[in-house]
Design a protein around this ligand. Sequence first.
Ligand code: PA5
Length: 460
Amino acid sequence: MLEFDYRNVKAEIVGEENGLNLEEAFNNFNDKIARIISDLNSKKDKPGQWLQWMNLGYSEETVWLVKEYAAMTQGLFDNVLVLGIGGSALGGMAVCEALLQPYWNLLSEEQRNNFPRIFFLDNVDPDQINGLLNILDLKKTLVNVITKSGSTAETMSQFMILKNRLQEELGDNYVRHIVATTDKNSGILRQISNEEGYKTFVIPDDVGGRFSVFSAVGLLPFALVGIDIEELVQGVKDMDLALKNTDIWHNIAAQNALIHYLMDTQKGKNLSVMMPYSTRLKYVADWFVQLWAESLGKEKDNDGNIVHIGPTPIKALGATDQHSQIQLYNEGPNNKLINFIRVKEFDTTLEIPKIFEFTGIGYLGGNTFNSLINAEADATKVALVDYQRPNVTITLEKVNPYNIGQLLYMLEVQTAIIGELYNINTFNQPGVEQAKNYTYALMGRAGYEESAAMLKEKMA
Ligand code: PA5
């Protein structure tokens, strides 16, 4: 299990003004939290609740189908290219960065155990796309296009380029180089896939993009590059069982959700910093930022009141961002809650050579990078406490599939619980639609003519 340390949010540690009386808070909210957890678990199978992500750890069929396809295609491709954006890309990037050997795409085939390289395109920057197409041998590339709606402009425009290029290079055989992950019935990508005969995987109903990492959205690319997806989902399952505990004293997702909620609503700390001390977890922070921002940034609550709610998530990387952001966190406005992620055991033990012994850096020699990075995390925590800045720490024994499954799932449940505390709809994103529709209008999509005329006027 992950360890969760909330000592540094207590009033006796960071002072009354900035800290919480946690014992009282946990006791006061225990019944409410218990209701929330029971509700989430009892509603999860009801259509329209968008809680099917809570079942993804139990979908043996998906694991089986994905593994079967990965086995069938092993050795056929040197590259996997994932097309997607937002929830259709960030989980994949976070898990691959965490679980593949660092610099995976630069390793030899042998070093990769014959598994392919993996690339994610999650933007529509022409230079980036062109740059990637210049280096990819499409004859040896499998394209996994991922979109739940099947019509996202960024993803589908990338796909249109790739489809054309593949067809030019491979003729009719191009179909075998495409695998689509999308809704089972609806959307343009589903329609195209059926017509063209692409292999497809399904994003289940009632699973939103940012909660989809343990569906085929993530599992397929992970299996293709040899990540142990059974271990990953085992971590999800075990965490799910642990988080069914309705007693806040024994539920780390509920604890961190309540801490964030109270810090925001009672202590004016509505910025939430996610700061792993492991470069492999760098994109976990990116994934978390989207999960937190799209889920919790809402104009209205469930009763229709205008609330403009939502803690702002910020990504940081330890120790790198100690030299970038920590000055602000220590001395700037005391409006943040810092979430450290710490790793106990790294895969490698790397010793710093005992050289320059009689200089000011001599003390480093003989130590390890392992102790250095964790000493930096500890030192930063203590310094934050000196400045009365609250912080929590999640500790992973190791970065491995099981623990990553646990960590991401715990953060998903934490998000669902805090959404209930705020009394908002965690699973919609109406604020994203406006700009999406304006883009359609500006790009000439039929049905958006009026909008286009209005925009032209505004932009003139
Ligand atoms: O979390 C979400 O729902 C969004 O970030 C979507 O994942 C993102 O907009 C991409 O949508 P789609 O998968 O439909 O292309």
